[in-house]
Design a protein around this ligand. Structure first.
Ligand SMILES: NC(=O)c1ccc[n+]([C@@H]2O[C@H](COP(=O)([O-])OP(=O)(O)OC[C@H]3O[C@@H](n4cnc5c(N)ncnc54)[C@H](O)[C@@H]3O)[C@@H](O)[C@H]2O)c1
Length: 385
């Protein structure tokens, strides 16, 4: 069966995520493959429309990748029925206004996280999309990483027995920008531009925790700004008004405790930039972006605390690598393919703007906890909200 191509407005395509993950690795890779495979075996092709603020940058990307359509006029793009999906990869603070416009124009919405700067705005977007009847999706990329897919496999197999706790370490040193340029955009360190590690990472932790282990029911967090002054892309010194590290405890349904450190002011001493250790009554595992190592109760050593004797046992050898047993495509692309199927043939899709709002809520609650020193409870916020 032949299908009309699905036109995708790609706003913010000159940015890190917009260009590399959403354009190159996802939409252009799908276009190159002849489109998205549907349930009946046919394919639907995708066509990008590049949208941004800089005509010259858009023209350059369009030329380089043989993309016929680009514009700086978002209104015109939204009023053209050729484009069915609005994709948003802009800086966070520009997102809400653009998504509202796109919902009003009847477009399906696919967006980066966080969906908004506040819970009220995030819920408003979810409600607007629902009442307008437009399909909507929010990036949940970490769930598609090989390491977390293997971890999910262990959870589903019952390997852990009763899960007790999760410990996550995320972070690396982000250069201050003076003697070495920073490797992240400066807006990430300005609260007024939607920056901050809590706003950036807690939405990820929310969907990772709720999809692998259960919904987050309460949070205690301490967010700090370890590096108070940074140097921006133009070489100008600026005050870092946003948090660059957060130390948090998340309470999950069923009494599971997750403790996650997130920091752009830490040096890496682990196998990957993020690692989660899960401990259960029957086994434990440590998952990163790609790898996952497991230790069953039958392979668990019996250490005895003795400060008088130097350690001779290598605890790392007690862990066994979980095999791939699968091919893992780029997660952004896989999620795009699922969303295109949702639009094209109504395939089920659960990572919607309400799921995105739960992520924003966790970030907001984390910052409130840090400000007040209180533990913040999070009532269920499901489909009927
Ligand atoms: N899913 C993930 O793993 C992940 C990782 C990093 C960032 N993100 C999210 O993706 C979004 C983009 O982040 P990025 O790291 O690609 O940022 P970036 O600074 O590299 O790109 C930002 C894009 O927004 C555009 N933009 C629109 N209005 C702007 C304005 N007023 N000021 C500056 N830029 C403006 C820029 O032109 C650029 O195309 C953010 O919402 C961020 O939270 C997600």
């Amino acid at each position: 069966m032949a299908h009309d191509p699905i036109g995708i407005i790609m706003n913010g395509v000159t940015g890190r995520m917009g260009y590399r993950q959403h354009l190159l690795r996802s939409v252009l890779a799908i276009r190159q493959a002849g489109g998205v495979l549907l349930a009946d075996g046919s394919r639907v092709q995708v066509e990008p429309l590049l949208v941004g603020r800089s005509e010259s940058k858009l023209a350059e990307i369009a030329k380089q990748h043989d993309i016929p359509d680009w514009t700086t006029d978002l209104d015109a793009a939204l009023s053209d029925p050729r484009w069915q999906i609005y994709g948003d990869f802009q800086i966070t603070s520009a997102r809400v206004a653009a998504i509202k416009q796109a919902i009003a124009a009847g477009k399906a919405i696919y967006t980066e996280k966080p969906t908004a700067g506040t819970l009220d705005e995030a819920l408003e977007l979810a409600a607007l999309a629902r009442s307008a009847g437009v399909k909507n999706g929010v990036v949940h990329d970490k769930l598609y990483l090989p390491g977390l897919r293997k971890l999910a496999r262990l959870v589903e197999s019952g390997f852990f027995g009763r899960i007790l706790s999760i410990r996550g370490e995320f972070g690396y040193w982000v250069f201050e920008g003076d003697w070495q340029p920073a490797q992240r955009p400066s807006w990430n360190y300005r609260a007024e531009d939607g920056g901050g590690i809590v706003a950036d990472m807690f939405p990820h932790w929310n969907y990772v925790l709720e999809n692998l282990f259960g919904p987050v029911e309460a949070v205690y967090a301490r967010a700090v700004t370890h590096v108070p002054t940074r140097v921006d892309e133009a070489g100008q010194e600026y005050p870092a008004t946003a948090d660059d590290a957060a130390y948090a405890v998340f309470e999950l349904a069923g009494g599971v405790l997750a403790q996650i450190n997130s920091s752009w002011a830490v040096r890496v001493n682990r196998k990957e930039l993020v690692e989660f250790q899960v401990d259960g009554t029957h086994g434990s595992a440590v998952a990163g972006l790609f790898g996952c190592r497991a230790q069953h109760r039958t392979a668990t050593p019996k250490p005895v605390w003795n400060p008088d004797l130097a350690e001779t046992h290598d605890y790392f050898t007690d862990w066994a690598e979980v095999p791939d047993n699968d091919t893992f495509d780029n997660g952004f692309r896989t999620q795009w393919e699922q969303f295109v199927r949702h639009v094209a043939e109504d395939a089920p899709y659960s990572y919607d703007l309400l799921a995105g709002a739960r992520g924003v809520r966790l970030a907001e609650a984390g910052l409130e906890s840090s400000r007040t020193g209180r533990r913040i409870e999070l009532p269920a916020l499901g489909k009927d909200a």
